[in-house]
Ligand binder design. Structure first.
Ligand code: MSP
Length: 531
């Protein structure tokens, strides 16, 4: 298995013209699970998320609410940050593209790309969809409308700056071919390759007459060091004659390096770049797998190690949208079912990388069957039996090397290996499967051994069975922690695992026999009360 000592992971940065919904939470939960898994393995992790603020969508939303743009952005960015906090997301940084560190990085990046001769003036004539924040070709339209937003795009003709994306066509294709892991899953890689080969054109990196955004760096505004006062600087665009700002995607992609110090903190940048994993939705692979790598090549920077695109999900079979009124608030759901149940459900229900559907009926089904009946019940049964037969203490069994090699222990080790492999390969749903398999094998063992009968005839065997179950719960809690951190912590409490023991090295934690004999357990409330 890949041995690393640090791991840098990102989510896309989100437009903040509305509050976070379950779709945005999906990406962030997945990134959180991976960040926690790598931390648990002892790696130093940098988990980045943030907000994409220089978009016309945000400006329109600010106007609609009658607020000053900057005030609106500050309010919304705070809402996004609070949402992730209250959902227990463990991000190490939160970048806003209106921050000085970002604007400074964008200026530096632009300078490098320009020096390379990769920026030229041209005329952009064509369609632009504000919803996608993307230039569209006639072929992209369906009945004259943007297929994603079902709206007529604007027709633009403006003098723009262009980035020489096509100059990097061959280099990009070679890189993708040489590094099969670079774009995952492979179906997305094929899509990207076909785009690069057959459709890719240079893209415009500036917009005229914009009301908001990072001004195209000129010798005048760079010399004035305007970025030292970002608020004032961004607002200045509104008064500037040309009102020429950078295209929001050119600005936004740079967040991945500005957050780790590009152009402002070289030491930090060297430590973290290149990123280990950009996690994105399948809707934005063109930007991440073609634009961004080419931009990095132009600026002379190393490329991301991996870009993984997950699928999209519908809600009760329909696309989630404001107009349909089916937008789901992750906070509301987690209040009713718990954050962990929501995390578990999203990852378990949708094969990571593929599309899926979210429905409350399914959530309740999975909650009652897998979480309440199988996992919750298992923990409850094992602790109740420890209470009853061993006065709430972990039985003092001798774990011989023979016991470690018994089928049960071997099976445990195999499940742990499957889980680890699945996490490393981003098969998050498979990792959940391994957890579930462990739960099921413990429940089956109880049914087979019938501890209540052993209590009458073979106390030694009973002690071994209960110890095996308790230690399986301990190992299970480690596997659960990235996916359901609150539940894992509750299990630790109930098993009497001290805070200091929770920091155990992964290799040690997952070995059978780690639970101290004689530890006092504390049976608690059911983990998942039935709905
Ligand atoms: N701001 C750009 C990203 C810039 S990254 C340099 C953007 N923002 S977004 O807010 O519109 O969407 C961000 C991400 O949210 C999507 O890529 C996707 O990961 C996630 N999702 C939004 N709706 C979703 C679903 N219905 N299902 C799954 N993921 C969804 O694009």
């Amino acid at each position: 298995m890949a041995k690393r000592n640090k791991f840098y992971i990102t989510t896309p940065i989100f437009y903040i013209n509305a509050r976070p919904h379950i779709g945005s939470a999906y990406t962030v939960f997945a990134a959180d699970i991976l960040a926690r898994f790598h931390r648990m393995k002892g790696e130093e992790v940098y988990f980045l998320t943030g907000t994409d603020e220089n978009s016309v969508k945000n400006v329109a939303a600010a106007k609609e609410s009658g607020k000053d743009v900057k005030d609106y952005l500050d309010e919304m960015a705070a809402i996004w940050q609070e949402t992730w906090d209250s959902l227990g997301i463990s991000n190490d940084d939160f970048i806003r593209t209106t921050e000085r560190r970002h604007i400074e990085a964008v200026f530096n990046f632009f300078k490098e790309v320009k020096k390379k001769g990769d920026i030229y003036e041209g005329i952009y004539e064509g369609y632009y969809c504000d919803g996608c924040e993307a230039f569209l070709s006639k072929e992209d339209l369906v009945d004259g409308k943007c297929p994603n937003h079902k709206r007529k795009p604007q027709y633009l003709r403006e003098k723009n700056l262009f980035f020489k994306l096509t100059k990097y066509r061959d280099k990009l294709l070679k890189h993708i071919e040489k590094n099969p892991d670079f774009i995952q899953p492979s179906s997305r890689r094929n899509e990207v390759v076909s785009y690069i080969k057959d459709f890719m054109t240079d893209f415009s990196i500036s917009r005229e007459r914009a009301e908001w955004g990072i001004p195209v760096p000129t010798s005048k505004n760079v010399m004035l060091n305007s970025f030292r006062r970002p608020n004032q600087f961004l607002k200045q665009v509104q008064d500037d004659k040309t009102n020429r700002v950078l295209y929001v995607w050119f600005d936004a992609l740079i967040n991945y390096i500005s957050a780790v110090g590009y152009g402002t903190d070289e030491k930090k940048f060297k430590k973290w770049w290149p990123v280990d994993l950009h996690l994105v939705g399948k809707d934005i692979i063109k930007f991440h797998c073609a634009y961004w790598p080419a931009m990095l090549m132009s600026a002379g920077l190393p490329l991301p190690k991996k870009i993984f695109a997950h699928g999209f999900f519908t809600v009760e079979g329909q696309k989630m949208s404001k107009s349909l009124g089916n937008v789901i608030d992750p906070i509301e759901i987690s209040r009713k079912y718990g954050i962990d149940a929501l995390r578990y459900f999203l990852i378990r229900e949708i094969k990571f990388g593929e599309d899926g559907d979210f429905s409350l009926r399914r959530l309740e089904e999975v909650y009652n069957s897998e979480l309440a009946n199988e996992l919750g019940n298992l923990v409850n049964r094992v602790l109740a039996m420890t209470d009853r037969y061993f006065k709430s203490k972990v039985p003092s069994v001798v774990i011989s090397s023979r016991a470690r090699n018994l089928a049960g222990a071997k099976r445990l080790a195999q499940l742990v290996r499957n889980y680890e492999k699945a996490m490393e390969e981003l098969g998050l749903h498979d990792a959940v499967e391994s957890v579930l398999a462990l739960v099921r094998s413990c429940n089956q063992l109880i049914d087979k051994e019938k501890p209540w009968e052993l209590a009458k005839k073979d106390v030694k065997r009973l002690a071994n069975v209960i110890y095996y179950l308790l230690d399986s719960l301990r190992i299970l809690s480690w596997l659960l922690w990235p996916i359901m951190p609150e539940t894992a912590e509750k299990i630790w409490e109930q098993l009497g695992i001290l805070k200091s023991e929770r920091k155990r090295k992964w290799e040690v934690a997952i070995k059978f026999g780690g639970l101290k004999r004689g530890t006092k357990i504390k049976k608690g409330e059911p983990l998942f009360p039935k709905i």
